[in-house]
Design a protein around this ligand. Structure first.
Ligand code: C5P
Length: 239
């Protein structure tokens, strides 16, 4: 794992138009380790955006499409994702070990497959309403641990979880199993938006997170590069 704080920072390019993405890529190249392309931008721009980031900006890509389908479809889709030359791609881990194993097979060892345990926008109470647990934080953490263990057995490289669960996962599954944490809010950032399980950059790193995913606190800052640098400084202090 890199000790360079910037390498640990993944910026979520959550914008609707290619021009907005190009501007942020230009401002943030050299200030973040990877760019994450999610559903919004991928639906709008498709593989052309991945090629732009890799070839023009020369930065790695995390393609966050959160696959969730029958194993055959997931395997074939992950194989097409592998063709794009991205570094990481996501699959939900709430369904079946077969789906996760299919994602790993489809990756052909060319993409780091990450399992999404429980979205960081989901609270313990929302999970209870969906039929999981009793609404306590410990029941939520237990579910994340269970899903992450299944994901590891299926051969995925790591999971996406909140900083609140990273330490438990590292203890359960070992240092080499990646913990990628969204739901990051710098101490001075007031707005959590739709995120429920939020932690600061320093707390996520202290809990053992390998990568932090940050979107709005950088995207909506008056100076996105300065906001990214401030987060990297917090990461560096915690490393
Ligand atoms: O703007 P914000 O920092 O909340 O963005 C977080 C990003 O991480 C979004 O792109 C979101 O789709 C993604 N994400 C998440 N929780 C997960 C997996 C991905 O927030 N469990």
């Amino acid at each position: 794992m890199s000790t360079d704080a910037r390498e640990r920072l993944i910026f979520a390019l959550d914008v609707p138009e290619p021009e907005m993405a190009y501007a942020l890529i230009e401002q943030l190249s050299g200030h973040v380790g990877l760019f994450k392309v999610g559903l919004e931008l991928f639906v709008r721009c498709g593989p052309a955006m991945i090629h732009h980031i890799r070839e023009e900006a020369r930065v790695g890509v995390f393609l966050d499409l959160k696959l969730h389908d029958i194993p055959a479809t997931v395997e074939r889709t992950m194989a097409r994702i592998a063709d794009l030359g991205v570094q990481f791609a996501t699959v939900h881990c709430g369904e079946s070990p077969e789906m996760l194993a299919a994602a790993v097979r489809g990756s052909g060892g060319q993409v780091g497959v990450l399992g999404v345990t429980v979205l960081t926008s989901v609270s313990a109470d929302a999970l209870r309403l969906a039929g999981f647990g009793d609404g306590s934080q410990s029941a939520l953490t237990e579910l994340v641990r269970q899903r992450a263990a299944i994901a590891k057995s299926a051969g995925v490289q790591g999971v996406v979880c909140s900083g609140l669960e990273a330490a438990a996962l590292k203890a359960d599954l070992g240092e080499d199993f990646l913990a990628v944490t969204p739901g990051i809010r710098p101490a001075e950032a007031a707005a959590a938006g739709d995120q429920q399980r939020v932690v600061t950059p320093g707390a996520a790193i202290a809990a053992g997170a390998d990568y932090l995913v940050v979107g709005r606190p950088i995207r909506d800052a008056r100076d996105p590069a300065a906001a990214a640098d401030a987060i990297s400084a917090e990461i560096a202090a915690a490393l």
